[in-house]
Design a protein around this ligand. Structure first.
Ligand code: FMN
Length: 307
């Protein structure tokens, strides 16, 4: 099966599994610990049943919707995915261009492998910037200023990564030694690359990126990928941080990673303009319910807080 004959997400997943070295595939496909939450995210959708209305003429389907003042052709956006360049050359730029072509918005991760300005050049539609604060407030403010200057129209603050999720597949596949540049520690896993020469050639031709160019650390410059766990854990976002984040951004702020009524109320009190009900795809805290199951509770609390 090739890309042209893929008809659904399951087909694309099979293709990715074949084309990517195992550790790269597992990095996208895997979740934290026993992957209970990862599976429950899908199961929650499996449990939904439709109640259709028949005998209604629909000459043309129209999925348009308006989010934070922007009209989108589709009722969904592309979520931020860190280091997409590992999956495809200039991955973030390609994904942003595809989102624009489909008439929807793309959310660029702080941990993009491509500069946010370059991604902007490739996209004709709306772009939002997703914020983590590795390196602290001054580093984040510099990224926020760059995103605003480049024309990103909303800031998505992700709050569910106080520590890196314990992704057991990454440990088994030797991701940590590889990120740290420890080639000796990675040796047992090198066969994954040897058996995927096309991926290796593409990655090398793309410059074999190893930094996050939107995170400029003092004295260091662009943040090395190997620092990701340590820097994330040392700069946790709390509700009081939203005061300086809103001051720095001066535009719509979206809070990503809400599961409960309590946190929905806190986010609204902190000035959120929109919420993303999400458990990070089950990649962070295993054991929380599928995101769709949390949606009714968060909607009820948000409605109550806003009336
Ligand atoms: C490989 C990969 C990398 C991700 N990187 C980020 C990231 O950098 N920032 C972020 O906020 N979320 C990140 N996520 C989480 C996604 O944005 C999203 O929350 C997840 O795929 C589940 O979708 P949902 O939130 O719509 O339920 C990542 C997910 C995957 C699979």
């Amino acid at each position: 099966m090739g890309l042209a004959s893929a008809v659904n997400i399951a087909d694309l997943r099979r293709l990715a599994r074949r084309r990517l070295p195992r550790l790269v595939f597992d990095y996208i496909d895997g979740g934290a610990e026993d992957e209970f939450t990862l599976r429950d995210n899908s199961r929650a959708f499996d449990d939904v049943r439709f109640r259709p209305h028949q005998c209604v003429a629909v000459p043309q389907c129209d999925l348009r919707t308006t989010v934070l003042g922007t009209t989108l052709a589709l009722p969904f956006l592309l979520a931020p995915i860190g280091f997409s360049r590992m999956f495809y050359p200039r991955g973030e730029a390609v994904a942003a261009r595809s989102a624009s072509a489909a008439g929807t918005a793309y959310i660029l991760s702080t941990f993009s492998g491509t500069r946010l300005e370059e991604v902007r050049e490739h996209a004709s539609g709306p772009l939002w910037y997703q914020l983590y604060v590795p390196g602290g407030r001054a580093v984040a403010e510099a990224a926020i200023a760059r995103a605003r200057a480049a024309g990103y129209s909303a800031l998505v603050v992700t709050i569910d990564t106080p520590v890196s999720g314990m992704r057991e597949r990454d440990y088994r596949n030797g991701v940590r030694p590889l990120l740290a540049g420890d080639w000796r520690g990675s040796l047992p896993h090198l066969w994954q690359f040897v058996t995927h020469p096309r991926w290796v050639m593409n990655y090398v031709a793309d410059g074999a990126p190893r930094v996050f160019p939107n995170v400029e650390l003092p004295a260091v410059g662009a943040m090395p990928c190997s620092d990701v766990s340590q820097l994330l854990a040392s700069t946790v976002i709390t509700w009081s941080d939203f005061a300086w984040i809103r001051d720095a951004w001066r535009g719509p702020v979206v809070v990503k990673g809400i599961h409960t009524a309590d946190d929905a109320r806190c986010a609204i009190d902190a000035g959120a303009d929109a919420l993303v009900v999400s458990n990070h795809g089950g990649r962070q805290l295993d054991g929380v319910p599928g995101s769709l199951r949390a949606l009714p509770e968060v909607i009820a609390a948000s409605m109550a807080a806003l009336t």
